[in-house]
Design a protein around this ligand. Structure first.
Ligand SMILES: [Fe+2]
Length: 262
């Protein structure tokens, strides 16, 4: 169980000065809300209860390597994240600048098998789908990870009994709910209504999509495997993400220029 994590590694090409600037501007957005969260009570050990106060250094800067290494580029595509709780359930504060895009992605359910397991028909090796994939920390890089070829169209899949006998495990994709605290957010999912040409450049992976306008107090639930993209509204957005367990390495991004690791 981990409460209030400072980012170990910012997933960005930005310089340290630009990261500090982005954190300062996000902090201004975060603290401008009427009910700025102050921090988290850590009650894991009841004899050593601690209140951990949030400051700007807790903001993880993620540009998905699409910022061209500039602050302007980051303000077009990226996300600020404060991880409040990272356990079997997770709570994060997400921060978006005005017009800033969190690119299309899905939190996918994956089967993981011992090394040498033959990928079944109708499934794909995750290494072919996710550039830079190095395995889940719990199962390692040598294990075989596979998903249905049409994973984005289905919520889950079943492991065959004979796979289980061979040690195949099932990693359930993350299910998350966004709740807007301040500002507004445009969320997108599969469906009709918005043509690709209306989407920001670099984010036209789907021919049409359905849009959802989220205002303070609105919640938006995203099942596992469901593609989604978010754009900060005109005044930016501060929103809460509550989710099942996070396994960042199993996040699938639809833009092929996005690398999990560089
Ligand atoms: Fe997500």
């Amino acid at each position: 169980m981990a409460v209030l994590l400072k980012p170990e590694q910012n997933t960005t090409d930005l310089s340290d000065a630009d990261i500090a600037q982005a954190q300062a501007e996000y902090w201004e957005l975060f603290t401008s809300t009427e009910t700025t969260p102050r921090g988290v009570w850590d009650t894991e050990n009841l004899d050593q209860v601690r209140f951990r106060q949030i400051d700007s250094s807790y903001i993880e800067i993620a540009d998905f390597f699409l910022s061209d290494g500039t602050l302007e580029g980051f303000k077009r595509t990226g996300l600020g994240v404060i991880t409040a709780v990272n356990a079997s359930e997770c709570v994060k504060y997400l921060l978006s600048f005005p017009g800033q895009v969190l690119p299309w992605h899905a939190h996918i359910s994956v089967a993981v098998a011992p090394k040498g397991f033959a990928i079944p028909n109708g499934f794909r090796n995750l290494s072919d789908l996710v550039p830079g994939f190095q395995g889940d920390p719990d199962y390692g890089a040598d294990a075989m990870y596979f998903v249905p070829k049409d994973f984005e169209k289905r919520a889950n899949f079943d492991l065959k009994p004979e796979w289980k006998e061979q040690g195949v495990a099932y990693l359930q994709g993350k299910e998350e709910t966004f709740t807007v605290l301040a500002g507004t957010l445009e969320a997108y999912g599969p469906g009709d209504g918005v043509a690709a040409s209306q989407m920001p450049e670099d984010h036209r992976q789907f021919v049409t999509q359905r849009s959802f306008d989220l205002r303070p107090g609105d919640s938006f639930h995203i099942p596992c495997n469901r593609p989604h993209l978010c754009i900060g509204g005109p005044a930016g957005c501060v929103y809460l993400e509550s989710s099942t367990r996070s396994r960042d390495c199993l996040d699938y991004f639809f833009n092929k220029d996005i690398y999990r690791l560089k």
